[in-house]
Design a protein around this ligand. Structure first.
Ligand code: GTP
Length: 190
C-alpha cells in the first residue's frame, strides 16, 4: 500500500445543510460530531488533514482549515480548494455527513491505485460516491477550468477525469450511509 506520507485527507464541511437545517458536521453520532468520524477514518491513512469550510467553529478540531476559494459553488469547488492546498499527489476526499465511515473502507480506495486512474470512487448499491473517493492532484486544473465555465456538477466533473469505481458488497454498503435530513439522522440513532 502507498505510504501515508504521500496522501492528504480532505474533508468537505461547507455547504448550506439546508435539508438538515443545521451544520451537519457538528451533529452527534456515537457521542462524537459527524466530522470527527470522518477525521478518525482518515487519520491512519494520511499525513495531513485539511478541512474545507468557511465556518471557523471547525478550528476546534485542531486541523488545518481552509476557506473555499470559489464560494457557494458546492462540493466540486470544495474539492478544488482542498486539492489546491494539498502538497501530495494522492488525496482522500470525504464529506462530513457519513458518520458510519471506516478506515477499512478507505483502504480499498488506496489498494485500487493503479498509476492510471485520476479518480477512484466508491460505488455503493449501484450509486457512485465521489465524496468517498481518492483524487490525484492534477484533477485540480480540470476542476478549475470547469468551475470557471460555470459547471457545478461534481459527478460530471469527475467523469472528465480517468475514473475507476471500487464496488462495495452489500455488507460494506451500510458504512457509506449519507445523512442529509432529520429523518435519516433519526434512523441511525434508533
Ligand atoms: N467546502 C465546501 N463543502 C461543501 C459545499 N457544498 C457542500 N459541501 C459539502 O459537501 C458534502 C455534501 O454536501 P450536500 O449534502 O450535497 O450539500 P449541503 O449544502 O451540505 O446540504 P443541502 O443544502 O441539504 O444540499 C457535505 O460534506 C458538505 O459539507 C461548498 O460549497 N463548500
Amino acid at each position: 500500500m502507498i505510504d501515508k506520507k504521500h496522501i492528504t485527507g480532505i474533508i468537505l464541511s461547507g455547504g448550506k445543510s439546508s435539508r438538515m437545517g443545521t451544520d451537519k458536521g457538528f451533529l452527534l453520532y456515537d457521542g462524537k460530531p459527524f466530522v470527527q468520524h470522518s477525521i478518525e477514518a482518515l487519520k491512519p491513512l494520511v499525513s495531513t488533514i485539511i478541512i474545507v469550510s468557511n465556518n471557523e467553529d471547525y478550528d476546534v478540531f485542531g486541523y488545518n482549515r481552509i476557506e473555499d476559494i470559489i464560494k457557494n459553488a458546492g462540493p466540486l469547488a470544495g474539492i478544488y480548494s482542498g486539492l489546491k492546498h494539498s502538497l501530495t499527489d494522492y488525496n482522500l476526499v470525504l464529506s462530513c455527513d457519513i458518520p458510519l465511515v471506516k478506515t477499512d473502507l478507505l483502504k480499498k480506495l488506496i489498494d485500487a491505485i493503479d498509476g492510471e486512474s485520476e479518480v477512484i470512487q466508491i460505488e455503493s448499491q449501484g450509486k457512485n460516491m465521489p465524496l468517498i473517493a481518492l483524487y490525484k492532484k492534477p484533477c485540480e486544473a480540470v476542476f478549475l477550468k470547469l468551475l470557471n465555465e460555470g459547471e457545478r456538477r461534481l459527478q460530471f466533473a469527475v467523469n472528465q477525469c480517468k475514473v475507476k469505481n471500487v464496488v462495495l458488497n452489500n455488507e460494506d454498503s451500510c458504512f457509506t450511509k449519507n445523512i442529509n435530513t432529520p429523518e435519516q439522522l433519526n434512523d441511525i440513532l434508533k
